[in-house]
Design a protein around this ligand. Sequence first.
Ligand SMILES: *Cc1c(COP(=O)(O)O)cnc(C)c1O
Length: 404
Amino acid sequence: MAMDQKVGRELFDEVMVPCYSPMQIVPVKGRGARVWDQDDREYVDFAGGIAVSCLGHCHPVMVDALKTQADKLWHLSNVMTNEPALRLAKKLTELTFAEKVFFANSGGEANEAALKLARRYAVDKFGPEKSEIISFKQGFHGRTFFTVTVGGQAAYSDGFGPKPGDVTHMVYNELETLAEHMSDRTCAVMMEPLQGEGGIISPTPEFIQGVRELCDKHNALLIFDEVQTGNGRTGDFFAYEGLGVTPDILSTAKSLGGGFPIGAMLTTTELAKHLKVGTHGSTYGGNPLACAVAEAVIDEISKPEVLEGVKQREQWFRDGLAKINAKYPIFAEVRGKGLLLGAALNEEWQGRARDILVAAGEEGLMVLVAGANVVRFTPSLVIDKADIDEGLARLERAIAKLYQ
Ligand SMILES: *Cc1c(COP(=O)(O)O)cnc(C)c1O
């Protein structure tokens, strides 16, 4: 097939593994918070590539970083280190509780590293009986077999044969049942400090504090999966800062690369030393192109004015959604923090989040869902007010049509 031959959505069904069911449009270009499809139709992007495009599309600092590195060095392998990886790791340790960084290529892989580190640490320090991983129903941690098993949706992990063992799922925000269940056999608790895929569920302050205390009591590690909440998304550089609870291990990805694949596991020196030479690895992890882009991204999003701007934008979204809801009452509440927001549908509109996504698409707006009852917004962290207003106007038109 020649490079210039036209490809379209129908080719997907012919040549792609059908584990996705993409929309009919095929986007070809993005700038800031706008995207254009093959027919040059323009969209306002409130989806941000599922909390990835934190600086919008083709932000100049990312394009510059990528082009500059592209002329220098693309790949080496972990037999050698490289400047972008070292610089990025140094900055991540300066910006967080962490002292050590492991680079991967995705959130799932960062979580895989986190879980393997927790298990290895427990085996080394307390013995093989301390292997229980506790996580939460509706939680999401990736699609590798270990992470999907730790995730709280059996529908994603069933049907692939025997699963990695000793994983227990508890109920998010239920401290008492967790306290009853947890023991000195618990190796680690893995959780999102705000459940994303599960429906935009914030932890209560008592719950998140209590989990930390229970982990300390039982010598269990606390792993925060900040793949979706991290890198400025909630208005703090990482969500744990805003919660006043520090994990032992933190995983991140998504917005870290702003659209270039990269993941990272962050931890302390004390824990990191248990992943000795040869115990874990990744061919592409710490790739110079990925790290150069991520460095540019975190330089930008860790600026106080950008983080403050996220809080301002959250308010614009909340105000705009409240106005729409006053005219067309379909939402029960708007949940979440920063620019990880979920508009939960009320009784009459149960199950119709996807209808809204489709109707919004027809009006030229990209949104996401989080389950059947929540419309999710994860736009660029630097989206302009004008783009928010225009996107909300399109959302209102879409809802008005459905409302009739
Ligand atoms: C998206 C997501 C993942 C998986 O990340 P991938 O890059 O798709 O592997 C893991 N955890 C959370 C909380 C996520 O939102």
